[in-house]
Design a protein around this ligand. Structure first.
Ligand SMILES: Nc1nc(=O)c2ncn([C@@H]3O[C@@H]4COP(=O)(O)O[C@H]5[C@@H](O)[C@H](n6cnc7c(N)ncnc76)O[C@@H]5COP(=O)(O)O[C@@H]3[C@@H]4O)c2[nH]1
Lengths: 176, 176
């Protein structure tokens, strides 16, 4: 099961490293810009379709890129100063009120999406959906048991049939 | 099989993106510094033990970090301007001759290593070795069929019993 390995991969190779630093990055951002975020958690988006666009604006015009948090640099597996960064989004609700939060798609979903596109080893759109659910369940379980990550994230599962609603993403981000 | 998904992950999420740009980055580096590399290929290190150190110098003093290639920035899954970079190493051979090449460990090996450390779901050191071999075989097969990656990489499998030899890594890098 591909998704099982991808959930461990995003946890051990990314979330376990960056989530403990997130609060510090958000404080640094506030000190440098005087801007306060509505939430210091990383909002991790998991569309059931695995369709993770490059930019969130492509999916919902009420979600606008604002700025990036300061970079985190780590020496990793021979790459000197590998850069880890997150993007802040401004989200406008139905009453024109603005919210600021840190959000991104779960990157391994792109791997699942492309595996079903490239006709790899009979990996169908149905298999892909099953793998997204397995990824979500496995990652939920891993993160709940993780002291490093506790209270520092939100996993947001995005339903397929809601995807046609133009402001579904912004509503889900604000709710969370 | 965790390794199967990790091989697709490093290909679809990294090598397919960066290898086509590598020759351009190396040329840019040469124009900016007048330094020529002995090879423009990405040397991807795969230790059978999955023990991927943060810095190559830790393993062999004849391998020294030199500089990084110019950054590549891409908008990916909601992260604006995500940075991809590679490190250039200076390698000294037995006759004090210097070689320059781009090298790094295959980062997903760290996931395999940590999974066996954290006592995850009965993932033993033996399982880990099997998974490294599966990763190597799967990635070899994927890259050989990839037009984007052809001739732009070297996969270097590093044997366990050789790891005690202090200049094994530099010898393998120069050979390749
Ligand atoms: N949003 C986000 N920002 C990041 O900086 C980042 N870095 C990793 N990840 C995701 O975490 C997991 C573990 O990463 P790992 O480094 O072990 O494998 C990585 C690694 O082997 C390689 N890779 C990706 N980006 C880089 C990079 N910048 N430098 C070296 N290797 C890289 O290709 C694999 C897959 O990458 P992604 O498919 O982008 O998702 C990864 C992965 O799901 C990230 N996710």
């Amino acid at each position: 099961d591909v998704a099982h390995g991808l959930a461990w991969s995003i946890y051990l190779g990314y979330l376990k490293l960056v989530l403990p630093e997130l609060e510090g990055q958000v404080k640094k951002h506030c000190n440098e810009t005087r801007e306060v975020l509505n939430s210091a958690r990383l909002h991790i988006l998991l569309p059931l379709s695995a369709a993770a666009t490059a930019r969130l604006e492509e999916v919902d015009r009420n979600v606008q890129y604002h700025k990036n948090l300061p970079d985190l640099q780590l020496d990793r597996a021979g790459v000197r100063g590998r850069v880890y960064k997150h993007s802040i989004y401004k989200i406008t609700d139905q009453n024109q009120k603005d919210y600021y939060c840190v959000a991104e798609y779960a990157t391994p979903l792109l791997t699942l999406y492309q595996m079903s596109q490239d006709g790899i080893a009979g990996f169908s759109a149905w298999d892909r959906r099953q793998q997204v659910l397995l990824f979500y369940n496995t990652l939920t379980h891993i993160l709940e048991s993780s002291l490093e990550c506790r209270n520092r994230y939100r996993l947001i599962l995005l339903e397929d049939d809601q995807a046609a609603e133009p402001h579904y993403l912004s509503q889900e981000l604000i709710k969370n």
